[in-house]
Design a protein around this ligand. Sequence first.
Ligand SMILES: [Zn+2]
Length: 267
Amino acid sequence: MPELPEVETLRRALAQELEGRTLNALKIYEPRLLQNASEQTLQRALVGRRLRAVKRRAKFLLFDFGENTVILHLRMTGWLTLSPIENPRFVFEFTGNKTLYFHDTRRLATLHLVPSAHAHELPPLAALGIEPFQPSYTFKNFRALLQTDQEIKRLLLDQRKIAGIGNIYACEALFASKIHPRRPAMSLSRSEARRLFAQIEKVLAQAIAKQGTSVRTYRGLTGEPGGFQNFLKVYDRAGEPCVRCRTPIVRIEQGGRGTYFCPQCQS
Ligand SMILES: [Zn+2]
């Protein structure tokens, strides 16, 4: 699933290609995508409008058309491209011969239409927690979230607490911080919490710099893979030696998700 770095990489490419262009037409081919507006409502609200900005909140892409904003969550397999594809789930035609196609094999993606002025107070954004690189991401706020006996790895995936982190970067940030993924969040010392707080942003920033991670399906706007999969230290490396201590990396299940960690240097 695309996480913050992959969605940010897409956002930057989309902004460069589409910002300032007017939407000439839109067609929805997958009605299950639509959460709160019909195709007709979308057409009435958006066709003829200029795309002011492409923004991001956590793993959500926001297409700001002035009065209204389209909020897209790619979920497992959603992917955007400017090249024609078979079976698109939606097509947005912009001025300047730019057409945006949405591909989604698993059909789990979601699309909301919201008034731009209240985008952050309404579903699906309203319930999101603090976000790395945003003013809300302070050590004080982070530390307050840790006052629970929930396992730290599972807490990092809870979008209502910290938004934007998924399985890959939760595993990598815990490895970088030398913290065992099963530790109850409240058991972290102040210095461990400090380390994790900093490593989350460090790992995400490194991944953004490499245009994200492509381990399964993620591709950039023009089909190119990200580059951070070559720098993963634990994720998807079960049985391979730890880069720090050579102990084989272990995979366990937490809340139905695979967790990768080094049993020697994460405690
Ligand atoms: Zn190790």
